[in-house]
Write a protein that binds this ligand. Structure first.
Ligand code: MG
Length: 374
């Protein structure tokens, strides 16, 4: 069956931003992630993302319920689009979207697809409401002008053939390529919010738009205890710590990862790790709990949540954990897909009281806050 293919362009250099804007975080989300989420929730069947080496790694880590393919971008926007079109198989409609327009909604994408099915093409655009004057001081007739946005959707063969004819690849949008190949584009009204992240001064606008779409903040709590025994490794937050005893458990018994996993699952009301990774399942014998935490995070993202922050306290009489805290935070932030500044790990000694104080066990208590974007 013919498919609707969504193409996200994320291979640009972002020279006006001074850094790779596709990897910047706006309220915790990268532009690529926001576009991918909009595509995921739209009627698009498959997603192709044009990437650089840097963005490829990030895309690879993003969970998505729809098939996602990456294609290396070219020297110009046009070359990147052409590479993506060549990688689209059995496509009926191609929806091309600039990754920097990361406030796009599933609704705009769906409208572009519906109208392209009807008219052969559908280009998101806006009328001009400002006075426009050129450098010769001539005021242009704004009623004769339109601002081009993306998504721009086309019947697949029409746009692929247009790009094949366009050897130069210098057009700054797909509609330009389509017109050059004698296409007669159909325009539909975009949304004012569907702006392009271009300059550092744009960030405040993007943050405030995303804040409006963020749902209620939710908190989860997690607690776990494992017994200290001889002949086992001591692994906390993915760090192997040199100590005469280790933690007993079916997996690697990383009690810190387990407590954080439960806090994240709790915040999303998705059960607990015992439910998702039962200790009766041989698949999890000796399992690396950092990888389990990564899988918990995938589940959390599949349900539309992102992590705001995580805080954990390890209660252990011995050994000294302070030298290992930074490495733990790094491992945990990697698994959670958030900046290290959003992950806190603290250690406390119980003053020789209780089972932790008697070296019988180590306990971790953790909280996680999550938010859902609508
Ligand atoms: Mg456990």
């Amino acid at each position: 069956m013919k498919k609707t293919i969504g193409i996200i362009l994320a291979a640009g250099r972002g020279t006006r931003m001074g850094e790779n804007k596709m990897l910047m975080r706006i309220c915790g989300y990268t532009p690529i992630e926001l576009c991918m989420r909009a595509m995921e929730e739209s009627c698009v069947d498959e997603i192709i993302i044009t990437v650089t080496d840097d963005t490829a790694r990030h895309v690879h880590d993003l969970p998505c319920t729809k098939p996602v393919k990456t294609v290396l971008g070219g020297e110009t926007r046009g070359e990147s689009v052409y590479n993506a079109l060549c990688a689209a198989q059995d496509a009926d409609i191609a929806v091309i979207h600039d990754g920097a327009r990361c406030l796009v909604t599933p609704d705009i994408i769906n409208r572009s697809v519906e109208e392209a099915k009807k008219y052969g093409s559908a280009v998101a655009s806006l009328p001009v409401s400002d006075t426009v004057r050129n450098f010769e001081n001539i005021t242009l007739d704004r009623d004769s002008l339109r601002i081009m946005h993306t998504p721009q959707a086309f019947q697949y063969e029409l746009i692929r053939d247009a790009y094949e004819k366009d050897g130069m690849h210098t057009n700054t949008d797909d509609c330009g390529v389509f017109i050059q190949a004698d296409g007669n584009p159909h325009y539909f009204e975009s949304d004012f919010m569907n702006q392009k992240l271009t300059r550092p001064s744009d960030i405040a606008f993007f943050e405030s738009c995303i804040h409006r779409r963020l749902g209620q903040m939710r908190v989860g709590i997690g607690e776990d205890t494992h017994r200290l025994v001889e002949g086992r490794k001591l692994i906390l937050g993915g760090v192997e710590i040199d100590y005469r005893m280790g933690l007993l458990g079916h997996s690697d018994a990383d009690v810190l990862c387990h407590a954080i996993s439960d806090a994240v699952l709790g915040a999303c009301a998705l059960g607990d790790i015992g439910k998702h990774f039962p200790d009766t399942d041989p698949a999890y014998k000796g399992a690396n709990s950092v990888l389990l935490l990564h899988r918990v995070m995938t589940l959390c993202r599949e349900n539309g949540f992102c992590i705001v922050n995580v805080d954990a306290t390890v209660t252990a009489q011995e050994p000294k954990l302070a030298p290992h805290i930074e490495k733990m935070r790094e491992n945990l932030s990697g698994a959670l897909g958030v900046d290290v500044s959003c992950v806190s790990v603290k250690a406390t000694t119980p003053e020789h009281t209780g089972p932790e104080g008697n070296l019988e066990c180590i306990t971790v208590r953790a909280v996680a806050t999550v938010q859902k974007i609508s």
